[in-house]
Design a protein. Structure first.
Length: 102
């Protein structure tokens, strides 16, 4: 599993670093986890590609609390809490879903 960008052990990056900012998202375009969209843009020279709805069973979310990979669907259905370790996720992330998911 490739993780790129300046993230801490809980996947917080310089752009999003509150207690609840503990997920990294695998970008479909490069099969690499980043702390956020901005981290991806700062580290690559290609356009991002969103995950299509028919791909939501793909493991593409990394919990910084328990270091488990979740499917996109598990993440979409989790009500901002990791289904594995029950750590809280930032509900504000929903404002950026269009950058990652169809």
């Amino acid at each position: 599993m490739k993780v790129i960008g300046s993230i801490d052990t809980h996947t917080r990056c310089k752009h999003y670093h509150t207690e609840k900012d503990i997920i990294a998202i695998k970008f479909k375009c490069c099969d690499t986890y980043y702390g956020c969209y901005f981290c991806h843009e700062e580290n690559v020279n290609h356009q991002h590609i969103v995950w299509h709805k028919n791909e939501w069973e793909t493991k593409a979310i990394f919990c910084g609390g328990c270091h488990e990979e979740l499917t996109i669907q598990e993440y979409q259905d989790c009500n901002y809490k990791c289904p594995k370790c029950h750590a809280d996720f930032n509900p504000g992330c929903k404002n950026h879903y269009h950058l990652y998911f169809e």
